[in-house]
Design a protein around this ligand. Structure first.
Ligand SMILES: Cc1ncc(COP(=O)(O)O)c(C=O)c1O
Length: 369
């Protein structure tokens, strides 16, 4: 059996030096020294890979709560009860909106890129009928986001945009004031177990959402200035995070080599992947895009060959009973995306032979049709 994903985090020995610092400081949470060091390291990493803008971050307990806090900040004082978002996303996006009192309105996606576009969002805004408080733009499986296009969208429509870029921490080419929410879950290319972050150049947003992570207290007081809760990470999570950065360059190289092997293997047999994947950006949930009517034969072949696969976003959020009554503007592109996009085995230690086995299985299934 070739598994679809094997998460891997730093091993014990790499974490121990940071754990010893906790033993000495006796600080276990509440924005302690390791948490602050992790936040600074993450900001520097993202800044350097983006356009050099000084990125600030709010660290949260998960990617889902990062989206919640970013939304809560951006809808404060605004009218509207709907949150426009693509139906084709992991269901966490929809939960986050509901958790801050909004109701998802599902928009379609472009089946070529699997992403919501400003044009599709503008059409959905009109269909929603003027009751939209915010738009959540999702980076499908970590694909880079066109921040400039969404800044123009926000200016044109006057509706705040929040990015759910859960899997895109390695792929942020630009960071602006609009909050970019990432997940640091173990299954992500940059994972620490559980965690999330809001990345932005807006320091007021970071000050307010950081306060929200600790009961709404501002840095120097025990007075709740804003509504909040406990969304912090512990020093133990930050210890893992610092160890992750120690090994990150080597891990990125490993991911890049395996990704390029997949790109070459699928190119050889004429199978598409997400635009730019492998050459321009990396992820842990690698998705191949099959032509209409062919994916079922490929997945049957995978089952017969002992190759695990997954439709990581299922058939869209509207298919979940919890969100079945949410409105949408027609989801033909979502159905096409869900039918075509199949997650194939991928993990840092995947071998060339395993990648050959996956591509060979696809080639045989397509030839037998
Ligand atoms: C698109 C998307 N949004 C949100 C999340 C939620 O992140 P977390 O599991 O860290 O809460 C995920 C997690 O996989 C995701 O893929």
């Amino acid at each position: 059996m070739i598994p679809v994903l094997i998460p891997s985090l730093p091993e014990t020995d790499a974490i121990v030096p940071y754990l010893r610092r906790i033993d000495q400081s006796h600080i276990y949470s509440n924005y302690g020294p390791l948490s602050r060091a992790f936040t600074e390291t993450l900001c520097r990493f993202v800044s350097e890979r983006a356009d050099g803008a000084p990125v600030a971050a709010t660290i949260t307990g998960s990617g889902t709560t990062a989206i919640e806090l970013a939304l809560r900040y951006r809808i404060a004082g605004r009218k509207g009860r709907l949150c426009l978002m693509p139906a084709y996303t992991f269901v966490a996006t929809a939960h986050a909106a509901v958790n801050v009192g909004l109701e998802p309105f599902f928009a379609d996606v472009d089946p070529e890129t699997l992403a919501l576009t400003p044009a599709i969002a503008a059409r959905a805004l009109a269909a929603a009928g003027g009751d939209v408080a915010a738009v959540v733009v999702v980076s499908p499986y970590g694909a880079p986001i066109d921040v400039a296009a969404w800044e123009a969208f926000e200016t044109a429509h006057g509706i705040p945009v929040v990015f759910d870029a859960a899997a895109a921490t390695l792929n942020l080419h630009r960071v602006g004031a609009q909050p970019i929410c990432v997940s640091l879950h173990a299954t992500k290319a940059l994972g620490i177990g559980e965690g999330g972050a809001i990345l932005t150049t807006d320091t007021d947003l970071v000050a307010q959402t950081t306060a929200m992570t600790g009961f709404g207290f501002s840095a120097s007081s025990r007075v709740s200035e804003v509504r909040g809760g406990n969304y912090r990470i512990s020093e133990y999570a930050a210890a893992v995070g610092l160890a992750v950065f120690d090994g990150l360059e080597a891990r990125i190289q490993q991911l890049r080599d395996a990704s390029l092997a997949y790109v070459a293997g699928f190119e050889r047999i004429g199978v598409r992947m997400q635009p730019g994947f492998g050459r321009d950006w990396l992820t842990m949930t690698i998705t191949a895009l099959f032509e209409p009517g062919t994916a079922d034969a490929v997945t049957a072949g995978f089952d017969a060959d002992g190759i695990q696969w997954r439709r990581w976003y299922g058939t869209g959020c509207q298919a979940h009973p919890a969100f079945a009554t949410c409105r949408h503007d027609g989801l033909a592109g979502t159905a096409a995306a869900a039918a075509s996009a199949i997650g194939v085995p991928f993990f840092p230690a995947i071998t060339p032979a395993q990648i050959d086995a996956v591509c060979g299985s696809v080639e045989r299934s397509l030839a037998a049709r």
